[in-house]
Design a protein around this ligand. Structure first.
Ligand SMILES: [Zn+2]
Length: 138
């Protein structure tokens, strides 16, 4: 058993514990063998974050439903930029680090707040190549 990291829920300040992902996702392919850090007040508090497969270290900070959704949108915006500019994934992250003034330890969307995700989304769509059938405002 991996040593558990002491983590506090940023929303309700209860402790978060390493639990099987099936606790929230149910038993399915998505949850099989996966772990999450889940707020001890769940289900009253809906905050959790995925844990890495082997190390069981948290992939970022605990997020509630709204922030999880925002982080998915930020990942999507990065993918859009990557594809539209034919970049490699690591190039996109180097670009993001430079834009936000973060180092490679800090530039993980799993650690970003709602406001930072908004900033990522804005920057990505600004930097992405314009779609063929749209006129660029600039
Ligand atoms: Zn909580």
């Amino acid at each position: 058993m991996t040593k558990q990291k002491h983590i506090q829920c940023p929303y309700c300040h209860a402790n978060a514990s390493l639990r099987p992902a099936s606790t929230v996702y149910g038993c399915n392919r998505r949850s099989q063998g996966k772990y999450i850090y889940l707020c001890d007040r769940w289900p009253a508090c809906d905050a959790y974050v995925s844990a890495h497969d082997r190390t069981h270290r948290p992939m970022g900070t605990l997020a509630n439903g709204d922030l999880r959704h925002k982080r998915i949108l930020a990942h999507r915006a990065l993918e859009h930029l990557q594809q539209s500019r034919h970049m490699e994934k690591w190039e996109v992250y180097i670009w993001l680090q430079a834009k936000l003034g973060l180092n490679d330890q800090q530039a993980h969307i799993g650690m970003f707040s709602d406001g930072m995700c908004d900033e990522v989304i804005r920057l990505c769509y600004k930097a992405a190549a314009p779609l063929g059938n749209l006129h660029s405002a600039a």
